[in-house]
Ligand binder design. Structure first.
Ligand SMILES: C[S@@+](CC[C@H](N)C(=O)[O-])C[C@H]1O[C@@H](n2cnc3c(N)ncnc32)[C@H](O)[C@@H]1O
Length: 396
């Protein structure tokens, strides 16, 4: 992650705009007085810069980086934001990991294929047949599918930023216009897709998570969602080198009421991924489990973003705030820290949603209004419960 360090960093009056970046306001952490956040905007992208003051042997030092929860692609935007921040504050840097840039041929506009969840929830059109790949990694298989099926839309879901950036560059270099990317947990993402809309769903070499099975992509809930979004005749294709994961997935698929399952061992595909090359060199067995959807699923209402209709003065938020967790049987919200911009506005960092796939967020309080920051939160079951717990907590 790009970051810069400096010995002195005096606040300047905000808002100010430098090189297209608007530094809107500064939010001071209330508990850890050594942390502050800068609300930053670049076009329609919003994120936070985090300033951490550190004391070493009686000397202070500031580390400045993009807040992890709000980081964004391409990485050049974050680098340019830090440079603009340094320019505005006239910083003398003691460290910077931002290399003088050899500008890539990939422009910020090429990242338009990276869509946020609101897009998939409310704007995705289903004109073309869909192919979906979960955890595409280096993207060899996803790019192969996009090239082989120009008439279909290929959606790639991945949580690893460098892989996302690499695949976006490859789409540009290979002139592919039928790919959309979601930087999101696939286990939540599936709930956004319309019923009976997907021809093939690929899950190739998912992380086996033998010690933390709750983090696995394949679960009863995921397979049920997969069967809902697949068209009759559509296929969920799981490929794994892990005997454990194979056995676990076989049991999970078996628990379905009705299914058509095909199993293959050491079967070649038209394209091999980096992982597969490695396992083949080690002469590991590779298993394919292909589950075919046989039935039409009922339509599902589109998932809207959650809103706070109610108003609350920030002074009351400050009074009520505590570092606590609230939970129900399957959902929770943990209020982590409070940041003050001024007497009427501020932020709260929190974690919310389902226990096994929590979402890290901010709440922004401004002119008595509340909103999720930097992105909206979707009204999926456990988020609704967490949202209601937030409202109860602040009595709104
Ligand atoms: C072992 S790699 C396999 C990558 C690729 N499919 C291949 O065959 O080379 C697993 C990938 O899944 C991604 N991943 C893990 N959990 C995920 C989740 N919940 N949602 C989306 N992607 C996930 C990881 O970031 C990683 O890139």
């Amino acid at each position: 992650m790009p970051n810069i360090q400096t010995r002195a960093c005096r606040p300047v009056d905000l808002p100010r705009t430098v090189n297209g970046f608007t530094f809107e306001s500064r939010a001071q952490a209330q508990k850890n007085r050594n942390e502050a956040l800068i609300l930053t905007r670049y076009g329609d992208r919003k994120f936070l810069l985090q300033i951490l003051k550190r004391e070493k042997k009686g000397e202070s030092d500031y580390l400045i980086k993009v807040d992890k929860l709000t980081r964004l692609a391409p990485v050049t935007i974050m680098q340019d934001a830090l440079k603009a921040f340094a320019k505005l504050h006239d910083l003398e840097l003691t460290f910077s990991n931002i290399a003088p840039q050899k500008r890539s041929i990939v422009k910020t506009d090429d990242f338009a294929i990276l869509k946020d969840v609101d897009f998939f929830a409310t704007q995705l059109t289903y004109e073309k047949p869909l192919l979906v790949e979960v955890g595409f990694g280096s993207g060899r298989h996803l790019l192969y599918q996009a090239k082989a099926h120009p008439d279909k839309l290929v959606i790639g879901i991945e949580i690893h930023r460098p892989s996302i950036e690499q695949v976006i560059k490859q789409c540009k270099l290979q002139n592919l216009h039928n790919v959309l990317i979601a930087d999101f947990d696939a286990r939540i993402f599936m709930q956004l897709l319309a019923s009976n809309s997907v021809e093939k769903l690929f899950v190739h070499f998912p992380v086996p998570w033998d010690k933390k099975p709750h983090r696995r992509v394949i679960s009863k809930a995921f397979v049920e969602e997969a069967m809902r979004v697949l068209k009759p005749g559509g296929k969920l294709e799981l490929r794994t080198d892990s005997e454990n994961y194979f056995a676990y997935s076989f049991d999970t698929f078996n628990a379905l009421n009705r299914y058509d399952l095909q199993i293959k061992k050491n079967h070649d595909l038209a394209v091999t991924s980096k992982y597969e090359d490695r396992w083949r060199r080690m002469e590991k067995n590779i298993y394919d489990l292909t589950l075919t959807c046989e039935t039409l699923s009922p339509d599902k209402a589109q998932i809207a973003p959650l809103q706070f209709e109610e108003e609350i003065p920030f002074a009351r938020v400050k009074e009520r705030f505590a570092n606590v967790t609230r939970k129900t049987d399957d959902a929770f919200v943990h209020f982590e820290s409070l940041y003050e911009i001024d007497a009427n506005s501020g932020l709260i960092r929190l974690t919310m949603g389902a226990f096994e796939k929590p979402e890290h967020k901010y709440l922004l309080f401004k002119q008595n209004k509340i909103q999720y920051f930097p992105k909206q939160t979707l009204a999926i079951a456990q988020n609704i419960k967490a949202h209601n717990m937030i409202k109860e907590f602040f009595h709104v």
